[in-house]
Design a protein around this ligand. Structure first.
Ligand SMILES: Nc1ncnc2c1ncn2[C@@H]1O[C@H](COP(=O)(O)OP(=O)(O)OP(=O)(O)O)[C@@H](O)[C@H]1O
Ligand SMILES: [Mg+2]
Length: 211
């Protein structure tokens, strides 16, 4: 992974999310700069996945501000996508394509070139299975491919929702290594209730509303 030059910052001020009239979380505040890592924790249904989707700009907050800066420059949403990588149980892969083709498709959408695909496949341990259709991948192999997706464009911010689910020990090691790099040099956010995943982050944001 190359050393990123950008100086990105994420800032959330009084972030609140409601679905209809149900308040999921309220007045969440945080600021994350280079070298920051945070675990979003809280009981099932507390809004961890919802918050990480809002940070990824896949979902809108109900109120409050979420801003992304590169230095002093505030980024527009469409600029932000190249800065983030996202792994989520909700992410879909293209079953009828191979692992390699899946990564090629996403590189084409991002206009990020194909140069890094083989490296990333090696890194997540899928290189020898790159030409197999995703529909015959095991659940852990699919999870590895999602991780490959998230780091393919060498983003500054990595957002991981339950990243080690379905992974074997070696797969967990892949996530550990990636998390280590992001924690030190970039921005890492993990939504989790798993003690090991939580230990990969320096800080914690607990969404339980009555603790
Ligand atoms: N599209 C939606 N419409 C209505 N309610 C929703 C929607 N998506 C999520 N919710 C609700 O928002 C709440 C938070 O869900 P979310 O998936 O963010 O929880 P979580 O903390 O990630 O839970 P888990 O630990 O099970 O992963 C839940 O009550 C859920 O039912
Ligand atoms: Mg969740």
């Amino acid at each position: 992974m190359s050393e990123s030059q950008s100086n990105i910052k994420l800032q959330a001020v009084n972030l609140t999310k409601k679905f209809d009239r149900r308040v999921i979380f309220e007045a969440v505040n945080f600021e994350l700069g280079r070298g920051s890592s945070i675990a979003i924790t809280g009981r099932n249904g507390s809004g961890k996945s919802t918050l990480i989707k809002i940070i990824a700009r896949l979902l809108a907050q109900s109120s409050g501000e979420l801003d992304f800066f590169d230095g002093d420059r505030k980024l527009r949403t469409e600029q932000f996508y190249k800065y983030i990588g996202f792994v989520s149980p909700y992410l879909n892969l293209y079953d009828e394509f191979t692992g390699f083709e899946n990564l090629k498709i996403i590189s084409d959408i991002r206009s990020s070139g194909h140069g890094n695909i083989d490296n990333v496949l090696q890194r997540v341990g899928l290189y020898s299975r790159r030409n197999d259709l995703v529909k015959i991948y095991s659940s852990g192999m699919k999870q590895r491919l999602k991780i490959a997706f998230s780091i393919l464009h060498d983003p500054d911010v990595l957002l991981l929702d339950e990243p080690t689910s379905n992974l074997d020990l070696e797969g967990v090691g892949v996530v550990d290594d990636i998390a280590d790099e992001y924690r030190k040099n970039r921005i890492l956010v993990i939504a989790t209730n798993d003690a090991h995943e939580k230990s990969l982050c320096a800080g914690e944001l607990n969404l339980n509303r009555d603790v």
